[in-house]
Each structure stands twice: as structure tokens, then as C-alpha cells.
Write a protein that binds this ligand. Structure first.
Ligand code: SAM
Length: 976
């Protein structure tokens, strides 16, 4: 069987092989292989070890690859004749001649070579020393040209024993453990023709490897020697065989054939010696022939395997890898033993050692962290909604949150050879650390330090940044100049963790610090703080016109904090700040842009309220601009984009942060109806930046152009019924399939985003009490009360009372915002109790034919994604398209939290949406549309577990369809 060793080697040795065979042919029978069979065997692949020693002529080349006709693997040193002229053997060499060895007789002239008689043949060989030695290389047979003492240059025959056992029959040149220098001059003295020297088989002379001509004059040799002396060590190192861990990617699997190797068996904790003897391309497996006679087929890349070769060979074979050192061997058996002692039956707990998988990384040893340690640390929040746990990796010491399904018990991982899958230094370090942990229950210092850092501040982050893996970075420096953390902690000893101030020169900012507009309005003049020079519109900051008097901002007035307080919502220092209801300070701009926050008094624009209501996930969003893990972020208004940023960071970075209708902000009167003051805020990341509403936005997911919600032009409505027209997600910005949203928008629940309305933080009972006081009614309070004061309130109320209360509190209880289900939806600003009246569906009361006509002729071309018709009965439809409450924005769910009922209040009928169950704060309101359409199916995106897939009420439709009869069955009505 031919073993296709590397092409290079085959070519390199081709000449050798031919010569060798040729020489064998020249030999008298007694010098040839024992028999014809032997020859056949030799050529048919019998290992050389079976050859009688007397047929072995000399050993020259180290590690020559197998020829096409032999399976003698590279580690077998092929004996080869050493053709020296003159018949005079150097004493030392002669001394080494095996006793009884026959001399070559009757040599025929080798083509191109001078005819040598038997006396001219030097046979140098030796049995390989079987004993294990500590010598680094098994195959130092190089004949090197070196300066000999007083003898010019010469061939240095290094004949050192093989270090390994098991290669019976291998032959070494000359003298075990000795150097024998045969100088060129000596050889020449002996009558060796220089041309013969050049033709010596194989890389006998070192210079021949370097294309060095032996005939070169001494001076040239000397020169080379001088040059090379410095490199000598490198060269010999380059050619010395060592153990290498190789990479297998993109490497021709055939090149490994013939290479001596050691395979690690973790359970035995033994490196088994052998060599690669074949390759099965179908199974992608290499055959290993172990020295103990065993054979095995392995996928090399899945093994811990080291190869014995020189760097030179590696290069020739185009192999890459690194030298194996003891450090690379974390003693897997011990690791296995230690891991096996871990109790696997119980649930995972902090402190447990596991294998955890992060995308783009190998399974990595890690320890489960305590949630409390992680706290609200950004990037480590449970964002996926799936069960996940925080872990800290050995080796890198990074923290990450990993889904439970990406975690494997430590022992199972070892059995699956995870420990062999990565060769990086950090990985090996991680294994050593894991072992230490299992052994001593002690975490490495670096890990402990990291834990402390996580629980403290970002002080040490800088120093450790480099060691963090990109996708797990907890902290990293942003583009801003950051203050020294030492100063920081001195200034703000009680700062929340993660805070790092961003300083902005407010003096240069000739815009309103609140609305960011540079225009002045008649009813909203600019004010500039006489101390810090910060500029704001008077009304944006809640000031009356100052009529030319000096004006100081809140931070510069008497009674202000001594130093600029940190904003609770972002790391930007200074600017238009106001106190918060919880005793801190925050930017007005932040308060306006963060959906949950509001201003208790919008005339004075202070205090900022609602901070405690900010969604906990919002605090965890990491600003993509400053990367400072502090404050609350907003996200790009492009629904397919989840880029987060602090509002002020976004502004500083030139992101588009705008009001839907900026001018309107300055036109709104503070006395206006609350609903009128609602202005939608839009912000876009760099990618989706669009300074004005009329620029199209690219919908990332589908690459199609879509438009802003406000300027949306609907597609043509083929069905003629907007309500049952399947929703075109690609066409409408701000609308995405809820599944996608649910999966991707994992950081933050959708929030209603209203500006200007004040946040109701009082308990419902208090509102109700106020209501009572206002109205003189004693019975309405507590109708919607979901909490503590219930006992104090009357439990039985009339429908009229409930209705009245509902109407009066609608705006305080509900808000609209972007929905996960579809477009916009309605959210609960307060918890509701099952049975509470939530909102009335109002609009124009029209007859069905009018509704149909409007739908077909007007709305289909106006809205596109659905009309807002509520059918009360066969006679009446409520059209909420152009008039009515926000109830028309309530989306459908197959598992709704509300239901609709027509109730009668004082003789009038009303469509009321009731809470079907208790509704949590910020939950989206839904009810079952029970959409009936024989022709159309409206795909449902409610995302509930019991989603029936369509908004249609399938059952009802089936029932209805039964009422239908084929046209053929119809009989003309002929009157009574
Ligand atoms: C009254 S609107 C609801 C408000 C709507 N989200 C909006 O932004 O205009 C009704 C339309 O919303 C869409 N819709 C509501 N719930 C849905 C759901 N669960 N699945 C799919 N589409 C839904 C349908 O297109 C329907 O015609």
C-alpha cells in the first residue's frame, strides 16, 4: 500500500529512492535484501525493521518520508550507503563497522559516479538505542559542515540515539551519543571527489540543504559560517524535532501520514505513542498505529494529539501549530477525577463548575455566578427571556449570561472532549484554573478581583479591558474623555456603580439644552445662565420670561448642590438639570426622552418624576455611544433596530433625536388639554438617522424601503376590506412581526411614549378620593382600586358610577405606545383588577352600509393596515378612524386580558373594554377581536401561547359557514 506522504517529501526523496534502489541493484546478491521476497516485501511495504541488518547500509537523512513503494514511516531511518572514496575508512568509522559485515564487492559504476570498489564503501550503521534518553530529538543524523579544529570545514555526522522506543530496526549513523566529524578536507584527503560529495544521497551535508556547494572555497564557507554561526542555534532548532500541537484546518489530511505522534487518552492520562498510518477520506479519520500494536481510527481535530517533527518539516508540509510544552498538558485524568467527584444530581447553583458556550467561542470552563453579584450589571441582564444564568469564565475571567441550554456539566464536557477542542493559551489556562478550583475550591485571584470590580465600579475596568472578549465586554471606554475615577469617587462617594462622567462644554452649545433647537420663539425666548452659560428656551426650562434680568439655572442658583450633581439618567455632566422627586437630579432632556419619566409640574418643568417606574431593563441597556453602564437608555425608533443610547449622548453624536412635530412643542399651551400635549418622540441611531420625517427608512429585516409611521402611505388594498387585509410588515415602518420583536427586542418592553402628560404616582385610592371630593359622590372611589384601600371603599357600585369613574381616569390609567403585537397599542399605566372598566370604544356611530362605504372608498387608501370599525350589532358600527378614544388602538390577542361588552348607561349604549383578569403595570391591553370573515384570514401576531394563528374567530366562522347553502339550493322567494 502506498502512503502518500506529503508531495514535497515524495519529491524530495524521489531522487534518494531511485538512487537507493539503483544502488541496491548494483549490490551483489549478498548485499541485497535477503531474498527476492524480501525485496518484494520491502517494496510492498514491509517495514524496514524486518530487514536483516546486514542489508542495511547507512543511515543518512532524518525523517525522510515514505516512498511511494514503502510504508516505512518517516520515523524509520532508512539505512543507506555512505559512499566514500578511497576505501580508507576513518578509524572511528571503521570502528563502528559491525563485525562480520561484508564489504561491498563488485560494484558497478553508478551512472555519473566514479566506479568505487568495495574498499571505498563505508558502511556506517548502528542499531538504534532503544533505551529512552533525554535527548531532545530522535533523529539527529545531520551531516553538517562545520569548522573543524584546524581542519577547515567538515561534515559533522551527528549520530544521536532516538529518544523513543519502539522503532526497532531504526539505524543511526556512526556513534550513538557521539559526534563524529568527518571534515570535507578529510574526505577529500581520503580521495572523495567533491562531485561525489555533492551527489551523496539525501541531505547529507548541511550545506546541501542550503543549496550550498561543497566545492565552495573555504573562505566562502567561512563567511557563511560566520553568518550562520549566529543563526546556527536557530537552524538547528529549526531542524530539531519537537512535539507540536498542530492545527488541522485547511490542511491536506494526507500530510499527516507517516508522522510520529502521541495521542492523549484522558481517562488513562497517558500519551500513547504511535504514528499516523493512513487516512480514510470517507470517514475523515486517520489510522493510528500505536507502538503497542494497537490500531485506532481517529478524527485528529477532535483529539489531543502531538506530532513529532521539526519546524522545517512543518513548513515543508504546510502545517501550523505550536510547540507542546508541559504547560499545555493540564493533566486531564486528574481533572476528570476531580470533576467526577462533583455531585451532578442536584440543580445548578452558584459556585458550580460547568462548561458554558458563548457564540463564537469554544465550550469554555466557567463557574456559575451569584445573581446578586451581577446585580443590574449591564450586558448581564436576562435579556432573552429564556432561562439563563450568569457565569464567570475561567481563563479569561469574563462574566456572561448564558442560556441554560448552552451549559453542560463539567464532567460531561470532559467526556465529550470539550477540553481538547481549543488550543488557545487562555483556554489551557482556564483548564488549569478549573482544575485548581475543583481541587482546592479556590478561584484564581484574577477571577476574584474581577468579581470585586463588578461589584464596585469601573475603576479597574480599564486595566482589564484588554483581557475581555469582544462580545462579552462588560465595560469599555467610550469616545468621551472620562474623568479620573479617583477624583470621581472622592467627589461622589455615593455614586451608583458604573457611573463615569462625560463632560460637555455647554458654553459652546447655542441651542436649547432641553429641546435642542436653535431657534427662538416669540412665546419661548432663549435664556442663558449667567454663570455656566448654558442656554435654554424659557418655557422648555419652566421659566417665565426674565425680561433682561440676570438669570441663573437651577445648578447655579443659591441653594444648589456644591458640585454639579450627577444626572440619575445619564453620565453627561451639567446642562439643563432639574431635581427629581426621589431627591436626585436629572437632565430635563433625559426626563423628556425616557418614556416612563415625566414632570410633576409642567409649567415649572420640575420636579422630574417617574424614575422609580423606569423599566428595569431600560437601566440595563448599554449606551452604544459612551458605553458607560449607567443610566437609562432609549432605543432607535426603527423597529428593527435595538441600538440603545442615552438621549444626550445621541445628541452629542449627532444622532437624530427629534420630536415628531418640533414646532408644535413650542406652540402647545401648557393649559391645553393633556391629550393635546402628547408629542411623539423619535430618535434614530447612526444607521437609521433621518433628520426629517420625509426621508425613507430602510427596514433592516427586509431591505425594503419603508416610511415613518406618520408619513406612511399604505399599499393598495386588494381585498377591499382594510380590516381583513393581511398586514404588510415590510411596507410599514414601526411594524414588525411580533415573533421577531419578541425574540429580538429582548432588552426592553415596549413602552408608551408620551411627552407632556404627567405621571400619576398616587395610589388609585387617592385619585378616587380626590374624585369624590370634586364630584361630591361617595360611591365612585375604589371602583378601579386594585390595592390596599379596598376595604375602605364600597365594593358595590352602580354601572353608571363605574362608567363615570372610568371616563375620568382614562388618561391617568392608559397610554399608547409601540406594540409588540402590531403597530401601536394601549398600555396600562396602572395595574387594573379583573372586571375593571378600562376604556370606552368611542367614535362615530354609523350604519353598516356607511361603514362599508367608508372602508372601501376612503380608509383603505388612507390607513392600509386596518380600520377602526367596531360592529355593535347588525344595525350599528362605531367608526373610530377619525374620531374617538384611543381604544381603537387596542390590539387583538387570542389570549386577551380584556373583553368588550356593550353596556347601557342611563339609557345609552356604550362599548366598554373590561379587564378580563388583573392587568399589570405597563401590560398591553388586548381583547379578542373575534374577527368574522368568510373570505379573509387575518394572520395573528399576538404571540400568546394559545394563539390560534388567525385573528379570525375560526369556530364562529365555521358555524356561520354551516348557515350557508349552495346557490343551487336556493329557491326564489315568491312572496307569501
Ligand atoms: C384597531 S387596529 C389596532 C391598532 C393597530 N395596532 C394600529 O397601530 O393601528 C386593528 C388592526 O390592527 C392589526 N392587529 C391588531 N391585532 C393584531 C394581531 N393580534 N395580529 C395581527 N394584526 C393585528 C390588524 O391589522 C387590524 O386590522
Amino acid at each position: 500500500m502506498a502512503f502518500p506522504a506529503s508531495q514535497t517529501l515524495i519529491q524530495d526523496n524521489c531522487h534518494e529512492q531511485q538512487q537507493e534502489q539503483h544502488q541496491l541493484q548494483q549490490l551483489p546478491d549478498s548485499h541485497k535484501l535477503g531474498s527476492a521476497e524480501d525485496i518484494d516485501n520491502h517494496h510492498a511495504g514491509t517495514p524496514i525493521k524486518f530487514l536483516p541488518l546486514r542489508h542495511v547500509y547507512s543511515a543518512t537523512s532524518p525523517c525522510v518520508g515514505a516512498s511511494g513503494s514503502s510504508n516505512v514511516v518517516s520515523k524509520k531511518v532508512r539505512a543507506r550507503k555512505l559512499t566514500l572514496i578511497d576505501g580508507c575508512l576513518d578509524d572511528h568509522i571503521c570502528h563502528q563497522l559491525e563485525e562480520g559485515e561484508e564489504t561491498r564487492e563488485g560494484n558497478e559504476q553508478v551512472k555519473g559516479e566514479p566506479l568505487l570498489d568495495s574498499s571505498q564503501v563505508i558502511r556506517v550503521y548502528s542499531r538504534r538505542v532503544k533505551k529512552k534518553t533525554s535527548m531532545g530529538s530522535s533523529l539527529r543524523f545531520d551531516h553538517q559542515v562545520e569548522k573543524l579544529d584546524g581542519e577547515g570545514e567538515g561534515i559533522v555526522v551527528k549520530a544521536e540515539p532516538l529518544e523513543e522506543e519502539g522503532f526497532v530496526g531504526d539505524v543511526l549513523v556512526g556513534f550513538p551519543n557521539k559526534k563524529r566529524r568527518v571534515g570535507n578536507s578529510e574526505l577529500v584527503k581520503l580521495g572523495v571527489d567533491s562531485s561525489v560529495l555533492c551527489r551523496l544521497n539525501g541531505p547529507r551535508l548541511r550545506e546541501s540543504r542550503f543549496q550550498y556547494n561543497v566545492n565552495t572555497s573555504t573562505s566562502v564557507v567561512k563567511k557563511r559560517k560566520q553568518n550562520s554561526s549566529a543563526n546556527h542555534k536557530n537552524h538547528s532548532d529549526w531542524r530539531a524535532k519537537k512535539w507540536f500541537l498542530l492545527t488541522f484546518d485547511g490542511v491536506d489530511p494526507m500530510v499527516f501520514i507517516g508522522i510520529k505522534c502521541q495521542v492523549y487518552w484522558p481517562l488513562d492520562d497517558v500519551w500513547y505513542k504511535g504514528s499516523i498510518s493512513g487516512y480514510d477520506a470517507e470517514l475523515n479519520k486517520h489510522s493510528i498505529k500505536y507502538e503497542d500494536g494497537d490500531e485506532e481510527e481517529l478524527i485528529l481535530s477532535q483529539e489531543q494529539i502531538k506530532f513529532h517533527m521539526s519546524r522545517e518539516e512543518m513548513q515543508n508540509l504546510n502545517l501550523k501549530g505550536k510547540e507542546f510544552t508541559d504547560d499545555d498538558d493540564p493533566d486531564y485524568s486528574q481533572l476528570m477525577g476531580l470533576a467526577a467527584s462533583v455531585d451532578e444530581s442536584r440543580d445548578l447553583e452558584p459556585g458550580d463548575i460547568i462548561w458554558a458556550k458563548l457564540t463564537g467561542h469554544a465550550m469554555w470552563p466557567a463557574v456559575i455566578s451569584d445573581e446578586s453579584l451581577i446585580g443590574d450589571r449591564k450586558g448581564l441582564n436576562n435579556c432573552s427571556g429564556k432561562r439563563s444564568i450568569p457565569v464567570q469564565f475561567f481563563g479569561t475571567h469574563d462574566f456572561a449570561r448564558i442560556q441554560v441550554k448552552q451549559i453542560v456539566s463539567f464532567v460531561k464536557g470532559l467526556v465529550s472532549c470539550f477540553h481538547l477542542k481549543c488550543k488557545s493559551t487562555r483556554f489551557l489556562r482556564s483548564l488549569r484554573e478549573a482544575k485548581m478550583y475543583l481541587n482546592e475550591r479556590k478561584l484564581p485571584k484574577g477571577m476574584v478581583n474581577m468579581q470585586q470590580r463588578v461589584s464596585m465600579d469601573v475603576q479597574a475596568v480599564e486595566s482589564d479591558e484588554a483581557s475581555m472578549r469582544d462580545d462579552d465586554v462588560l465595560y469599555s471606554k467610550g469616545p468621551f474623555k472620562l474623568s479620573s475615577s479617583k477624583l470621581l469617587s472622592e467627589r461622589y462617594p455615593n455614586l451608583p456603580s458604573g457611573y463615569w462622567p462625560i463632560n460637555i462644554n455647554w458654553k459652546d452649545l447655542d441651542r436649547c439644552n432641553v429641546c435642542h433647537m436653535d431657534e427662538e420663539y416669540e412665546n419661548n425666548l432663549f435664556l442663558q445662565c449667567d454663570k455656566c452659560r448654558m442656554m435654554v428656551h424659557a418655557r422648555c426650562y419652566g421659566e417665565e420670561s426674565v425680561d433682561g434680568r440676570l438669570w441663573l439655572c437651577n445648578l447655579c442658583r443659591a441653594g444648589a448642590p456644591k458640585s454639579i450633581p450627577p444626572c440619575r439618567l445619564c453620565p453627561v455632566v451639567g446642562g439643563a438639570m432639574k431635581p427629581t422627586t426621589d431627591g436626585h437630579w436629572a437632565h430635563l432632556a433625559c426626563a423628556i426622552w425616557i418614556p416612563e419619566t415625566c414632570l410633576s409640574d409642567i409649567k415649572k418643568m420640575e420636579p422630574i418624576d417617574g424614575l422609580t417606574r423606569i423599566n428595569k431593563d431600560r437601566w440595563k441597556l448599554v449606551c452604544s455611544i459612551c458605553h458607560i453602564p449607567y443610566g437609562a437608555c432609549i432605543q432607535c425608533s426603527n423597529n428593527t433596530c435595538y441600538v440603545a443610547y442615552h438621549p444626550l449622548c445621541a445628541r452629542v453624536s449627532g444622532y437624530c433625536v427629534e420630536l415628531e412635530d418640533e414646532d408644535r412643542l413650542h406652540l402647545i399651551s401648557v393649559d391645553e388639554d393633556e391629550e393635546e400635549q402628547c408629542i411623539r418622540l423619535l430618535s434614530f441611531c447612526k444607521k437609521h438617522k433621518q433628520p426629517s420625517n420625509d426621508r425613507p427608512i430602510m427596514d433592516e429585516a427586509n431591505g425594503k424601503k419603508s416610511c415613518q409611521h406618520s408619513s406612511y402611505i399604505p399599499p393598495s388594498n386588494e381585498s377591499g376590506c382594510a380590516r381583513c387585509e393581511p398586514y404588510d410588515y415590510s411596507a410599514r415602518r414601526g411594524r414588525k412581526e411580533p415573533e421577531i420583536l419578541a425574540a429580538k427586542r429582548s432588552f426592553l418592553l415596549n413602552m408608551p411614549h408620551l411627552v407632556g402628560c404627567y405621571y400619576v404616582h398616587e395610589s388609585m385610592a387617592r385619585i378616587a378620593a380626590e374624585d369624590n371630593a370634586d364630584s361630591g359622590s361617595k360611591s365612585t372611589s375604589g371602583i378601579q382600586n386594585g390595592s390596599s384601600n379596598q376595604e375602605a371603599l364600597p365594593s358595590i357600585l352602580s354601572m353608571a358610577d363605574k362608567y363615570r369613574y372610568m371616563r375620568e381616569t382614562t388618561r391617568k390609567r392608559l397610554a399608547f405606545g409601540k406594540s409588540r403585537i402590531h403597530g401601536f397599542g394601549i398600555f396600562a399605566k396602572q395595574p387594573h383588577k379583573a372586571g375593571d372598566m378600562v376604556i370606552e370604544y368611542t367614535g362615530e356611530l354609523v350604519r353598516p352600509p356607511v361603514a362599508d362605504r367608508r372602508e372601501h372608498l376612503i380608509y383603505n387608501s388612507l390607513v392600509g393596515a386596518g380600520t377602526y370599525m367596531f360592529r355593535i350589532d347588525d344595525e350599528r358600527v362605531i367608526d373610530a378612524t377619525r374620531a374617538g378614544s384611543i381604544a381603537h388602538l387596542i390590539n387583538h390577542s387570542c389570549e386577551p386580558n380584556c373583553y368588550s361588552r356593550v353596556i347601557s348607561v342611563s339609557g345609552d349604549e356604550h362599548i366598554i373594554i373590561f379587564a378580563k383578569r388583573d392587568i399589570n403595570l405597563w401590560e398591553e391591553l388586548t381583547y379578542d377581536y373575534r374577527f368574522l370573515s368568510i373570505d379573509e384570514q387575518l394572520k395573528c401576531y399576538c404571540g400568546s401561547e394559545r394563539c390560534r394563528g388567525v385573528v379570525n374567530d375560526v369556530e364562529a366562522e365555521q358555524q356561520a359557514s354551516k348557515l350557508y347553502v349552495p346557490r343551487s339550493d336556493l329557491i326564489d322567494w315568491r312572496g307569501e
